[in-house]
Design a protein around this ligand. Structure first.
Ligand code: ARG
Ligand code: ZN
Length: 851
């Protein structure tokens, strides 16, 4: 039962106002709703009223004060047109639900004795009968009754007393932005004054005992508010902004109006419990959810096919924000690493789909890297094509024209066309066609008396994806710079617009044949195919003025070397070693950049690269070669490692800002190499001396990587056994760094512990996410890890379909591997597919993967 974009129709009725009353009880919560409705003038004629509703026990139903007889079906309630008046009416319902029994963590559920909600995308229908679709926007007034000391909902507080609280949200919103939280919570409070002088009360609500973990989150909120005012001219629009930390949560966080709900992992932080990467991630997620207030809430999506309208734009905005705060070069490299690891992987397999899909079975399966991250890349390309001024005019127009509306991708593109005069019909293919374009590069040089002419020919290919065998040429912005052979830039960054299948671009008046630096800043999400020599890559690694491409040259070189080692048994290349070592030593470069350059391609990335080049990847061989590469780098840098680590020390009080975090990243990258040489002496000392989680966990991982660290694992457990978030790391690193032969036993040992639970998605992901991320172990030729994961997905699916479906993407790359592995994975996917009572979520995913 798929839903199709082409079937869209406006809802036949409007909801002007919603009044909700909750009487909370773990197994019998009563929800009373008064919906003030009228026929939608956009739909002619008289229509039945269809309300969504799932798992609700209907207690009472009244229309304009008179009882009405209607029987709900499995997914809602229909009131025949004949029973409805021709004008406005009030529909009242009362239902009973059982939050305690809700293990899917969608709708109203309980986490550690606390009530909380998750309604996006279609969870509100598990709370009350309602038109649960984003184009129905209404004002909500909410009364919460319950014995919890803190009772929260969206909007502004309208009064509270013992056992009750009332909230009013003046901004019309779709039901997916509704939220309610009730529990014994403590606030970390602060205030913010907006540019126009509105005083906003800020609170981060946590369980008692977690109050001291909120400072970084609070700083992040204030930075986000200030940034959105300064860069996008967007102010906050309520008297309060609340964030709540919840332990059991299916995703990272949720932008409910005025009441953001966060996975506690994505908001709580102290230097002792969280790593630098996690601090940066928390800052980015807080910004993301806050930015949704304008891009998502004030302007929302007409239907779920338009999800990228809010997600792509909001990811783009949070990336800009993090780049401004923490450095654009490093941020861009990290974003591209993630894009390739998740989105390219998705686009190149059976789950490929357009950024704006045109059908789905379960919308929760489309909160993907494609919708989010490729959606953000499209906006970056648009900005590059229309320029910074054009982008700003377009965004101003977007906010003016569509404030208060539920909009579409067509609306979004129209705003750019109207603001800049540019025709975007060809560009729009980026939204509607799946797959990663491939761009081939050909060079030609003709010397001449007046200077030579250099011609760059670019050819694009748009490979087939499920349901889209052929597709048109894309508009691809290719940022290019030219260097002369002694390393000076002779043509600064220029954006070439590739719009045809093949196109040539001429550069005249050049004294010597230049070396091109192509796709600077990763100006488009494409695979670039450029046959250049190892020497040229090494030259770019040494001289490119574009930091992204400088890193990219090193990356490409590492992949070539590793591919040659795996496929041909080649030795570690001297070229690569000396080029990389020079960069690591270069004190003029940002330590964070040097640390990134030292990071070798992941084994999954190498498997993808080899498959792409027509080889069948051998996971064990990749694992071995990558280890030898690390050993060689360690040997090359051996004399300098201790000194480098010392030079990168960060004395004084801990700071999570980019500067010190980058120094720790470089120091810990050196420690990992040192551990390959010294039998673990330095890492053991570093583990004992560590005063923050970054250093402590890095030391532990360095030891695990070389098959050591038993006593450190025990010490870590002893120190942190009462802390769920820290223990997640303890579970995860053991699985991630288990030797391939020991992986299944490691997982079985951990899942037998009483503190392993399927009820907490963080804990489940800590183990099962690491199981599939341990590439050589997961793809062990025995197939034992495939079977183990499938067993757990089947088990989890019965409780929490959304997370089970999400984690099944571990299998999406199955066609890359040899016939034996393919057969084993296919058998597991079929076994899942045949499980009686399988959820719609997981059924859709395995169905698509089996093809
Ligand atoms: N809108 C939320 C965010 O981007 C994520 C919601 C995810 N919902 C889901 N059903 N997967 O921050
Ligand atoms: Zn989002």
């Amino acid at each position: 039962t798929a839903v199709y974009l082409r079937d869209y129709q406006p809802f036949a009725h409007c909801v002007d106002q919603v009044e909700l009353t909750f009487r909370l009880a773990p197994n019998s919560t009563r929800v009373s709703a008064r919906l003030h409705m009228r026929p939608n003038p956009a739909r002619e004629g008289r229509h039945d009223l269809r309300l969504d509703g799932e798992g609700l026990r209907l207690i009472a139903l009244m229309l304009d004060g008179r009882p009405l007889d209607a029987t709900p079906d499995d997914n809602g309630l229909t009131i025949p047109a004949a029973d409805l008046p021709g004008g406005p009416f009030v529909l009242e319902t009362e239902v009973e639900i059982a939050p305690e029994a809700n293990t899917a963590l969608e709708g109203l559920y309980m986490s550690n004795g606390m009530y909380c909600t998750q309604c996006e995308a279609e969870g509100f229908r598990k709370i009350t009968f309602y038109p649960d679709r984003p184009d129905v926007m209404a004002r909500f007034r909410v009364r919460v009754e319950g014995d919890a000391p803190v009772l929260l909902s969206n909007g502004n507080p309208m009064g509270a007393g013992p056992g009750w609280a009332e909230w009013d949200d003046p901004w019309p919103k779709p039901a997916y932005l509704f939220a309610l939280v009730a529990g014994d919570l403590r606030a970390h409070g602060d205030t913010y004054t907006t540019a126009s002088g509105r005083q906003v009360a800020l609170n981060i609500w946590v369980r008692p005992g977690d109050e001291h973990r909120c400072q970084w989150g609070m700083d992040s909120i204030k930075r986000s508010m200030e940034w959105d005012e300064r860069v996008y001219g967007r102010e906050y629009d309520l008297d309060v902004f609340n964030i709540v930390a919840v332990d059991d949560f299916n995703m990272g966080a949720m932008e409910n109006k005025g009441l953001n709900i966060f996975n506690s992992k994505c908001v709580l932080a102290t230097p002792e419990t969280m790593t630098d990467d996690e601090f940066a991630r928390i800052e980015g997620i807080i910004a993301h959810e806050y930015f949704h207030n304008w891009t998502g809430n004030r302007i929302t999506c007409r239907d779920w096919f338009q999800l990228c309208l809010k997600e792509g734009l909001t990811v783009y905005r949070d990336q800009q924000f993090s780049g401004d705060l923490r450095g654009h070069a490093v941020k861009r490299i990290e974003d591209v690493l993630a894009l390739r690891a998740r989105q390219f992987r998705e686009d190149q397999g059976p789950l490929a789909h357009p950024v704006r899909p045109d059908s789905f079975v379960e919308i929760n399966n489309f909160y993907t890297a494609t919708v989010y991250e490729k959606g953000a890349e499209i906006i970056g390309m648009l900005k590059l094509l229309v320029g910074d001024d054009g982008y700003q005019r377009a965004l101003d127009l977007y906010f003016n024209r569509h404030d208060g509306q539920a909009a579409t991708i067509e609306d979004w593109l129209k705003v750019f066309e109207d603001a800049t005069g540019r025709d975007l019909s060809q560009f729009s293919r980026w939204y509607f066609e799946a797959g990663t374009p491939r761009v081939k590069v050909y060079e030609a040089w003709s010397p001449g008396a007046e200077g030579g002419v250099y011609t760059l020919t670019l050819a694009q290919e748009n490979p087939p994806t499920p349901d889209q065998p052929t597709k048109g040429a894309k508009v691809i912005p290719v940022a290019v710079g030219l260097l002369n052979p002694n390393g000076d830039e002779v043509v600064p960054t220029t954006v070439l617009e590739l719009t045809k299948p093949v196109e040539s671009f001429r550069f005249e008046g050049l004294a010597t044949r230049p070396v091109p630096s192509i796709l600077r800043g990763f100006s488009a999400p494409v695979v670039l195919e450029h046959d250049i020599s190892t020497e040229t890559r090494a030259f770019l690694l040494a001289h490119d003025t574009d930091p992204f491409n400088r890193w990219e040259a090193g990356r490409a070189l590492s992949k070539e070397v590793l591919a040659a080692m795996v496929a041909q048994g080649a030795p570690v290349s001297r070229h690569w070693l000396s080029g990389l070592a020079r960069l690591v030593r270069d004190e003029s470069l940002d330590p964070a950049f040097r640390a990134l350059a030292m990071r070798l391609p992941s084994e999954d990335d190498m498997a993808a690269t080899l498959a792409d080049a027509g080889h069948v990847p051998d996971p064990a061989a990749i694992h071995d070669a990558r280890g030898r590469m690390s050993d060689a780098l360690a040997a090359e840098l051996a004399p300098e490692l201790p000194g480098l680590r010392e030079a990168m020390a960060t004395p004084g009080p801990f700071s999570a800002e980019a500067g010190p975090a980058g120094r720790r990243a470089l120091a810990n990258a050196c420690l990992a190499l040192q551990t390959r040489l010294d039998g673990g002496t330095a890492a053991r000392a570093a583990f004992d001396a560590a005063t923050n989680m970054t250093d402590r966990l890095s030391a532990l991982v360095s030891l695990l990587t070389v098959g050591q660290g038993r006593s450190q694992l025990a010490a870590f457990e002893h120190d942190w056994q009462g802390d769920r978030l820290v223990m997640d790391k303890w579970f995860s690193v053991q699985v991630l760094h288990a030797l391939p032969d020991a992986l299944v036993d490691t997982v079985n040992r951990l899942t037998a512990r009483p503190d392993f639970t399927m009820g907490n998605p963080n804990r489940f992901r800590a183990v099962m996410g690491a199981l599939s991320a341990n590439h050589a172990g997961f793809h062990h030729a025995s197939g034992a890890a495939y079977r183990l994961l499938a067993d757990w997905l089947i088990r989890l699916d019965a409780k929490n379909p959304q997370t089970a479906a999400r984690m099944s993407t571990a299998f999406e790359t199955w066609r890359r591997y040899d016939a034996g592995r393919q057969e084993r994975i296919r058998a597991e996917l079929s076994r899942i597919a045949q499980t009686p009572g399988l959820s719609r979520d997981l059924a859709e995913m395995v169905g698509r993967m089996l093809g």
